[in-house]
Ligand binder design. Structure first.
Ligand SMILES: C[S@@+](CC[C@H](N)C(=O)[O-])C[C@H]1O[C@@H](n2cnc3c(N)ncnc32)[C@H](O)[C@@H]1O
Length: 262
């Protein structure tokens, strides 16, 4: 077992808030982007880092009883076994829990976290069936303030995310450059029908964006404090996430897909 360096804990209450929040803001976009892969009854798919399991369940509705969706996560507490859904509590650093080939492999906000992403990417490409699709979504930019309620607030908001993106995240193996490399890596790996899209939206006040942000920062509180955030700054940061006067760009995410030649 190589040991995961994943900074968050999907099984914790904050981790649950994180993955169910992602589901609520990203699934519509993901389903649209995955649509081109045209998942069909009887196919075999892999959902890596399945989180709340919502995309794995949607895939399983398409593959039906004759197909299989292999759902893999370090924590599978959100994943309920049902016909056609094959759930594996597994560290992907240790390889695939079951061999390919797969008609569709999807991983959203997973490779950005994995220090061994290059090797895992190659493993995923190898596991594609001829004509199979690899669909990845990863973040490249953390939230950025647009307007803040008070003069010092914009700097507090900026500072917490700067320390997260420049110190805490990289120390845990996160790489925010990967999202834009994925297209080039797919091209170099011989995939075709390549296409990528940038998804970014604004947020303010109470809502899933603020709840995801709060859940992330609470899970990373100890390393954020150790890296230079003060307790007062973190307390103000959490107030700002609920304040309608705090308007910001949420995470920037690039979705990329490519297809293995037949
Ligand atoms: C940011 S969450 C994204 C969850 C889901 N894909 C989504 O977009 O809603 C990352 C997920 O990857 C899982 N994960 C992280 N490292 C992993 C590893 N080494 N092997 C398997 N799963 C991993 C986490 O437990 C978590 O559920």
């Amino acid at each position: 077992m190589s040991g995961s360096e994943y900074l968050f804990d999907t099984g914790s209450p904050q981790g649950q808030e994180h993955v169910t929040g992602l589901e609520s803001i990203l699934d519509a976009k993901t389903v649209e982007f995955l649509g081109v892969a045209g998942i069909e009854p009887g196919q075999r798919c892999l959902e890596l880092g399945a989180g709340s399991g919502s995309i794995a369940r949607r895939m399983a509705e398409r593959t039906g009883a004759a197909g299989t969706v292999v759902a893999v996560d370090l924590d599978t507490g959100h994943l309920v076994e049902r016909p056609g859904l094959d759930v594996h509590r597994h560290d992907i650093n240790d390889g695939l829990p079951v061999p390919g080939p797969f008609d569709v492999i999807h991983a959203r906000l997973v490779l950005v976290h994995l220090p061994r992403r290059e090797q895992i990417f190659e493993m995923l490409v190898d596991a594609l069936a001829p004509g199979g699709w690899l669909v990845l979504g990863d973040c490249y930019r953390l939230p950025q303030p647009i307007t803040a309620p008070g003069e010092a607030d914009e700097e507090v908001f900026r500072k917490v995310w700067r320390i997260a993106s420049e110190i805490v995240g990289p120390a845990a193996g996160q790489d925010f450059g990967w999202a834009h490399r994925a297209y080039r890596r797919m091209a170099a790996a011989g995939l075709d029908e390549l296409y990528a899209e940038d998804f970014s939206e604004t947020a303010a006040g109470d809502g899933p964006h603020g709840r995801i942000s709060a859940a992330l920062v609470r899970q990373a509180e100890a390393p954020l404090l150790a890296a230079g955030c003060t307790p007062d700054e973190l307390a103000r940061f959490h107030e700002l996430l609920r304040d309608p006067g705090m308007r910001y760009w949420f995470f920037g995410i690039v979705y990329t897909r490519g297809r293995k030649p037949r």
